[in-house]
Ligand binder design. Structure first.
Ligand SMILES: [Zn+2]
Length: 315
């Protein structure tokens, strides 16, 4: 959606609010108290939903991503637009400038809530068919905690367990190229990328990799991965697992789509957010994957994000 179209569709606060209400009701309003769905009256003067079953009242924003937010609907809509209209990512500082808002913190928090929504939406789907799995370390900032009594700061560990590196499991599904999609001189064994998941793994234990993989891939998936990374035990559930000795291959050839996703996401994050706190890395990855998985949606990504935002529940 171009900026002009965006402002034609959503010229002011009232228009954004009414669109938000319309979509929320289309997705179904669920009572926060008794969970009854679509059993409500809209109290126009109070701008609240009242549950027909239990009488509980809630505001229009309540129970959605905007719960407790004092920011106008239009800010959220502009943020949805700016975060989905480019392949790149936008910093909270830039968003604050664009919105002309006085406070950085609430804009920063709004963007992280949007990234949470993106992640939760993608968690509804599992990868199928053939998936590449790889692990990569992302540079992150670590906030040192100083000792309560001595005031001494924690020391930074070196290497794999370093607090400045955060491990991410990258899963990229692919599909065989069809005859129709095959371009001239292209290798027919070539696969096309489908969907992507990137998940922070806190300790990198086999158990953690196993749980993350099983949450992300459906049971009939086949897996391609690096032999050296102690994966066999984590992948026991899957029948078709191909492990490669990567010292003998170029990773771009065996795991092309996960390698590409790692390079692209690192470059993107480095360019915009120079120091990401480890705790927030997952949110940035959510944004990258959400957009990647909808790369052919064009302007519909905005609508999808809007639907995801109204159906997102905090409780
Ligand atoms: Zn109720």
């Amino acid at each position: 959606m171009k900026l002009v179209e965006f402002f034609n569709n959503y010229p002011n606060e009232a228009e954004c609010k009414s669109k938000f209400k319309e979509i929320r009701e289309k997705q179904g309003v669920v009572c926060k108290s008794c969970k009854a769905k679509d059993e409500y009256w809209w109290l126009k003067s109070k701008e609240q939903y009242e549950c027909k079953k239990c009488g509980f009242r809630m505001s229009l924003k309540s129970g959605t991503v905007m719960e407790n937010s004092k920011l106008p609907y239009q800010y959220w809509f502009i943020a949805f637009h700016l975060m989905t209209s480019t392949k790149k990512t936008i910093s909270a500082l830039e968003m604050q400038r664009q919105l002309g808002h006085d406070y950085y913190e609430c804009i920063w928090a709004m963007m992280h809530k949007i990234r949470l929504v993106m992640g939760k939406r993608d968690d509804l789907y599992k990868l199928s068919d053939e998936s590449e799995i790889d692990e990569s370390y992302f540079s992150t900032k670590y906030i040192f905690e100083s000792d309560e009594f001595t005031g001494q700061q924690e020391k930074l560990k070196r290497g794999k367990g370093s607090q400045k590196k955060t491990s991410v499991l990258v899963m990229a599904s692919q599909k065989k190229i069809t005859r129709k999609e095959l371009k001239r001189d292209q290798d027919p064994s070539y696969n096309l990328p489908k969907f992507l998941k990137m998940k922070v793994v806190e300790n990198g234990t086999i158990e953690e990799i196993k749980t993350t993989t099983e949450k992300s891939l459906d049971d009939n998936s086949s897996i391609k991965a690096d032999k050296a990374k102690s994966y066999p035990k984590a992948f026991r559930k899957y029948e078709k697992v191909e492990l490669y000795d990567m010292s003998k291959h170029e990773s771009g050839k065996i795991l092309p789509w996960s390698s590409k996703a790692i390079t692209n996401s690192k470059n993107l994050l480095k360019a915009i957010h120079h120091a990401i706190e480890a705790n927030y890395l997952q949110n940035y990855l959510n944004e990258f994957c959400f957009k990647y998985n909808r790369r052919y949606f064009g302007e519909k990504v905005f609508d999808r994000l809007l639907i995801a935002a109204v159906s997102f529940v905090w409780y």
